[in-house]
Every structure is written in structure tokens, then in C-alpha cells.
Write a protein of this length. Structure first.
Lengths: 241, 79
């Protein structure tokens, strides 16, 4: 029987759900064997139930999620999990790995829905480096700190205008000013989430280079903006691949 | 429509720019290691020290951060 048909059968037959209390007792190896073996109906039903319960928790804070949505996300996740069994390396519990896949499926779809009617062109029209405020209004900062803040702002504004590509600027505005998820920006730019992360990473590197060229120690910049120097890797310490 | 960064967003941009490293991992690589990272976090070990590249990616990427928090919530809850 094809996988989709088996999964569908587990969905229609509530009897299979009775076994779900036993699932915690499966080891990773037992999960893998059960899902690969000839008797897949029960383990699939168990896993489906686990995923639905997990998604209910994972998506508790998300608006407009129905029980049908949870079932659909679990269904899609099951198909992906079965297709990816060989990539499970046993570095976590099997169910943790499975929840991870279900969460990715669900949040990707919810982001798509939430931003469905938003066009990138509308969000980024006419914006170059103008999305940085003229000043960083902070009454608690002393004159020295204000001078550093201003220098950082001016440097960033110039670097955004001169050192970034149009594409990097548009992505930066969409993500930073409007909070659009990078995978939604990627969808609109005809690329994927990984590539968009890399695009923004490259943009950050260019901005970082511009700040470093000003000779301001990162700790001093952070302090001027009221932040602790908790950056794990100051630029001077960053290791090369 | 909102035209510019608010103060908190500007601070975040400054922090993220300064925290940029040459060897960041992408979202797929972060996801690949996320289950291990979350379990380590829950067991009280310092996942950030053991897996600094995942930690750094989660600080930079809101999508991956959201998925991390959701997974943490699932494992923390009594299922």
C-alpha cells in the first residue's frame, strides 16, 4: 500500500489511536524499524497522534489555527518524515526529530498565509538608506555616547547606500523594518530561505566592514547603544572556514 | 506605512552587524542540528557553548528562532 494511503487509513480509523500511550516506550531503533517494516499502520497512527499533540502546543500562540490545520500539518510532516528516515542520525530522540520537521512544515505554511497579500514592492518602494532614523534618541546617553551613536548611524547609512546591492537593501528593509520572514522575502525574490539568509549575511558583513573601518571597538559601540558586550564573536575573533 | 527602524530595531541591527562572523551556518544546517541543540538545552548543558554556530544562527534568524522556541515548548510541555 502506498504511504499516503496508509497515512490516510490511520486518519480515518480512530481505533489506531488507542495505541498512542505505548509510544513513549519505543526506542529510536524501534521507531525506525516500525516505520520501515511491513506493519506500518500502527506506528504511523502513533506518530501522527504525537505530532498533532505537539503541534497544538507549538502553535498555541498563533492566530487562526484550526484542528483541521493541525491534522493537515501532521499529515504533510509524516510524508516528509518517512521520506527522510535515512537522514535521522540518532542525535536526539526520534520524536524530537519528528516534531522539528512538523514545526517547520506548520510555521512555513502559517507564514505563507499571514503574508499572502503583502507585496515586496509595496513594502520597499522608494526606500534606500532612509530607513535608519536620523538620530538615536536616547536621553540617558552622555555626549560621548551620543557622538558614537551618530557616527555609527552615519556610517551605516552611507554603507547601506553605497556598499549594498539593490537586492540586499530591499531584503533588509522587508526583514528589518517590516518584519517579513526571510522565507517570505525569498519566495517573492524567486529564491529560497537559505539563499536569502546568505544574502543578508553578506549584507551584514559589508556593514560590519564599514564600521570596522571607522576604528570603533565593538564593545564601545554596543555600550553606546546601551548593550552589554555579549556578542560572542567580536569581528577580530571570528574564525575563517 | 512604517518608514524607519524603531530604537529597539536599530539596536538589534547594530548588535547583529557587530556579531556577524565569516563562518555562519545557513537555515538548513541550523535545522539539521536543532533537535540535538534543543535536547541539550533542556538537559541543562550549555548548548550555546557546545554548538556555537547554531546559537549564533538563532540570534540572527527570526524564523529559525521561532522554530527553536516552538520545539522547546513542545518538549517542555507534558505530552
Amino acid at each position: 500500500m502506498p504511504v499516503a494511503a496508509i497515512i490516510d487509513a490511520t486518519n480515518r480509523n480512530p481505533m489506531h489511536l488507542e495505541g498512542t500511550d505505548l509510544v513513549a516506550k519505543r526506542t529510536n531503533q524501534e521507531w525506525l524499524e516500525a516505520l520501515r517494516g511491513p506493519e506500518r499502520v500502527q506506528p504511523l497512527a502513533d506518530l501522527r497522534a504525537i505530532l498533532v499533540r505537539g503541534l497544538r502546543v507549538a502553535l498555541a500562540g498563533q492566530p487562526k489555527v484550526t484542528e483541521d490545520d493541525l491534522e493537515d500539518f501532521a499529515q504533510e510532516a509524516l510524508l516528509r518524515i518517512l521520506a527522510a528516515l535515512d537522514s535521522f542520525r540518532g542525535e536526539s530522540r526520534f520524536t524530537t526529530w519528528a516534531h522539528k520537521i512538523a514545526i517547520r512544515v506548520a510555521l512555513t505554511e502559517l507564514r505563507r498565509r499571514r503574508w499572502r497579500d503583502v507585496s515586496l514592492d509595496t513594502l520597499t518602494a522608494g526606500k534606500d538608506a532612509d530607513f535608519l532614523p536620523e538620530t538615536f534618541a536616547d536621553p540617558s546617553a552622555g555626549p560621548e555616547q551620543q557622538a558614537v551613536q551618530q557616527m555609527v548611524l552615519d556610517t551605516l547609512r552611507r554603507a547601506i547606500r553605497q556598499d549594498l546591492t539593490d537586492k540586499q537593501r530591499r531584503a533588509l528593509v522587508a526583514v528589518r523594518v517590516h518584519g517579513m520572514p526571510i522565507e517570505e522575502v525569498a519566495r517573492r525574490m524567486g529564491t529560497n530561505r537559505n539563499a536569502l539568509y546568505k544574502l543578508l549575511h553578506d549584507a551584514r558583513q559589508r556593514l560590519q566592514k564599514a564600521l570596522i573601518a571607522k576604528g570603533l571597538p565593538p564593545e564601545q559601540v554596543l555600550a553606546a547603544f546601551g548593550m552589554q558586550a555579549e556578542v560572542r564573536d567580536a569581528p577580530t575573533k571570528a574564525s575563517k572556514i | 506605512m512604517k518608514a524607519e527602524l524603531e530604537a529597539s530595531e536599530l539596536k538589534r541591527l547594530v548588535r547583529d552587524v557587530l556579531g556577524t562572523r565569516s563562518n555562519e551556518i545557513d537555515c538548513d544546517e541550523c535545522l539539521r542540528q536543532l533537535d540535538e541543540f534543543v535536547e541539550m538545552t533542556l538537559s541543562g548543558q550549555s548548548a550555546a557553548d557546545a554548538m556555537p554556530l547554531v546559537q549564533q544562527h538563532l540570534e540572527q534568524c527570526d524564523c529559525c528562532r521561532e522554530e527553536f522556541e516552538a520545539l522547546l515548548a513542545v518538549l517542555t510541555s507534558v505530552l
